[in-house]
Ligand binder design. Structure first.
Ligand code: ZN
Length: 303
């Protein structure tokens, strides 16, 4: 699997014996990312055999405790385990101050750099980009400034038809151009079309994360067409008024957003601990968007 997400914590504010606060691991073409870092995330990472020293970047949606209280603990453990590689942290502007203060007051100095990339409250747009991937942040509707994230793979390179290429007598140095879809010339000046030696690129995938948020149609354009959408569904319909008051969503509202954005698959989580099971959530969501599933801790979802 070259791109997958793994749910580490799918519970809401109050951790229970079976449900942990929000956290997700994202693996994309050998990049290791974490979204949110609720209390106990480092234990969840170990339980799921994710190598924490390989984490490249952490994205924090907002400063409610159930989304980041595990961050300082995770960073401290990375230090104790000998980390020297810098880590990037994307999140609300005040996050850096909070983390550095916690570390300083405890007399801790880490053996690696923390590179903070503050996301201003009203910012929407590109926050991360490399050769294979782009990550965008967009505003959610919550009690304090909160961002959702969408991970979009860039267009992939074309596959090389090795046997055809060998017969061509072209130089190995011309492979990168062919894979990019560029015709090349041999020593005699003869043009070789890239299509003769390559196959179509594999499709690129995308993933959107939206927690926590009230029903908000303004996010639809950001998450349009993603392969997998994770959207919180703290409440079922019978508690719709409570969802509105606390700026959270019902499962039905999450499904309406999924439908409007024409995503392929919806996973919901952050279900309030007041519900014994997810039956009502599933029923209410599926009446609007059939391809809905409950996010289960430990589950990997291939993109
Ligand atoms: Zn929140």
């Amino acid at each position: 699997m070259s791109f997958y997400i793994q749910f580490l914590g799918t519970g809401s504010a109050l951790p229970t014996l079976n449900q942990h606060p929000t956290s997700q691991f994202i693996f994309c073409q050998n990049r290791y990312f974490l979204i949110d870092c609720g209390e106990g995330t480092q234990i969840q990472l170990r339980k799921r055999s994710v190598k924490i020293q390989k984490l490249d970047a952490i994205f924090i949606s907002h400063l409610h405790g159930d989304h980041y209280f595990g961050l300082v603990g995770l960073l401290s453990s990375m230090h104790l385990l000998g980390r020297v590689k810098a880590i990037s942290i994307y999140g609300p502007e005040m996050l850096e101050k909070i983390v550095r203060m916690q570390l300083e007051l405890g007399g801790a100095s880490l053996g690696f750099d923390l590179n903070f990339f503050p996301i201003e409250d009203k910012f929407e747009g590109l926050i991360f980009e490399d050769k294979v991937l782009e990550v965008f942040a967009f505003k959610l509707k919550h009690k304090i400034p909160t961002h959702g994230f969408v991970f979009r793979e860039k267009e992939k390179e074309r596959g090389l038809l090795a046997n055809k290429f060998k017969e061509s007598g072209l130089s190995l140095l011309q492979i990168p151009d062919l894979k990019k879809g560029i015709d090349v010339q041999d020593e005699k000046g003869v043009t070789h079309p890239f299509k003769k030696y390559t196959t179509k690129p594999k499709p690129s995938s995308s993933y959107a994360f939206c927690s926590d948020t009230a029903y908000s149609e303004s996010i639809v354009s950001w998450i349009a067409g993603v392969d997998v959408l994770y959207h919180e569904a703290t409440f079922a319909n019978k508690d719709k008024a409570r969802a509105k008051a606390t700026l959270h969503s019902t499962a039905e509202q999450a499904a309406k957003i999924a439908k409007m954005a024409k995503v392929k698959k919806l996973y919901f989580g952050h279900m309030s601990a007041r519900y014994d099971d997810s039956k009502a959530h599933l029923r209410e969501a599926r009446s609007h968007f059939e391809n809905t599933f409950e996010a289960i801790e430990g589950e990997k979802v291939q993109l």
